[in-house]
Design a protein around this ligand. Structure first.
Ligand code: MG
Length: 384
């Protein structure tokens, strides 16, 4: 059991406070809290279902066991929920934020995000998946008679904006309602760290499944993994390497989560943080790893960049993703009338580059490849 259990309970986002308000007021539900309802709305959204068709790191070709954005999201949610419960935070809000944290991601993983950003920069704009997630929950989801979007609580929307970085009011005057001069609640601060814990461990697993990473290579390059693997291998001579590997990844995940809970609790106690207001007014974010775990986290992340995310095996996929997105962007910029009518009608208000990016960002991998094939058949006919 980590130290500092429930140490943050006085700082938890309360049910019924300012952060549980909605832009369009709604009657209270008889037995579901505002943040439970946010979680339900996110899970029932179309954008959430599309996460099943979006790449995390690997496409599904080659194995049915690679994480998709949806299964990654579920892993983040369960890690974040455990941490929130142990610290005494608002578990429902934490879970809602974890479930929505990747909803703004375009197809093709980070390669897709880079390509979409590059396409927008030609027009003086840029792509930010947090801001796109906000557009999804505030505008693109359309399922209620009384309003556009999901009408999530202020706490959920603030968490979407601020879970992974701070925005300034000078840069983003449109975000002024999200208390940009304050730190986000601990529930939101946890999300980015739970995300790191989830993908650092899952990507080792998927990297081995894809036969791009080897267990010996991970032992040599990731100290936190080797810390668990070496004694276990000594204790269980003859055990299948695959099982030793899985056990070590699991212990690595637990060690990261334990450290995050203990260090965050330590900072809360040391700085005398006793309320949500204290969290919001603290000079720095309070959720974090200890210096030693932070070093080990960076080492694991650098290892994954060097050996997996930027490796030759994935290069073709990344280049293809960039090409598909650039092609579609070019064709639709030349003739925005080729977009579906719901998007064409937004061009006058938002400008073609933003509308095209919105359309592409919502696509699954399968859908964008189909769109690309169709465009090649029509728009490119006669030019090849
Ligand atoms: Mg994520």
């Amino acid at each position: 059991m980590p130290e500092n259990t429930a140490v943050a309970s006085a700082c938890a986002v309360p049910e019924g406070g300012l952060l549980s308000r909605r832009e369009h007021p709604e009657a209270d539900h008889p037995y579901r809290s505002p943040f439970q309802r946010d979680r339900g709305r996110i899970i029932h959204s179309r954008a959430f279902r599309r996460l099943a068709g979006k790449t995390q790191v690997f496409t599904h070709r080659g194995s049915d066991h690679f994480r998709s954005r949806l299964t990654h999201t579920m892993e983040v949610a369960q890690i974040a929920r455990t941490i929130a419960r142990t610290l005494g935070l608002n578990e429902d809000l934490t879970e809602a934020l974890a479930l929505v944290h990747d909803i703004g991601h375009p197809p093709f993983g980070h390669a897709g995000e880079r390509a979409l950003d590059a396409a927008l920069r030609q027009y003086g704009l840029y792509f930010d998946h947090n801001l796109h997630a906000l557009r999804i929950v505030e505008f693109f989801e359309s399922r209620y008679l009384g309003f556009r979007g999901l009408n999530l609580t202020l706490g959920a929307r603030e968490g979407i904006v601020k879970h992974s970085r701070d925005y300034t009011a000078d840069e983003h005057p449109e975000l002024i309602q999200y208390f940009l001069d304050q730190r986000p609640p601990l529930e939101a601060q946890l999300i980015d760290l739970a995300d790191e814990i989830a993908y650092l461990t899952a990507d080792l697993d998927d990297g081995v499944e894809a036969e791009i990473l080897g267990v010996e290579q991970i032992r040599a390059g990731v100290s936190l993994f080797e810390r668990f693997f070496a004694p276990m291998a000594a204790e269980h001579p003859g055990a299948a390497e695959k099982l030793l590997f899985q056990e070590s990844v699991k212990l690595m995940l637990n060690a990261l989560a334990d450290d995050l809970i203990a260090e965050t609790g330590r900072r809360i106690q040391e700085q005398g943080i006793g309320s949500l207001d204290d969290v919001q007014r603290a000079a720095e974010r309070l959720a974090g790893f200890s210096p030693e775990m932070e070093r080990l986290r960076r080492e694991a992340k650098n290892f994954l960049y060097r050996n997996l995310y930027l490796c030759e095996d994935l290069k073709y996929g990344h280049e293809h993703a960039a090409e598909v997105i650039a092609d579609l962007f070019r064709v639709w910029m030349a003739d925005p009338g080729l977009l579906p009518p719901a998007y064409t009608s937004q061009v006058a208000a938002e400008g073609a580059p933003r509308v095209i990016a919105d359309y592409i960002a919502g696509m699954t991998d399968h859908f964008i490849l189909e769109a690309h094939r169709n465009l090649r058949k029509t728009a490119f006919t006669g030019t090849e």
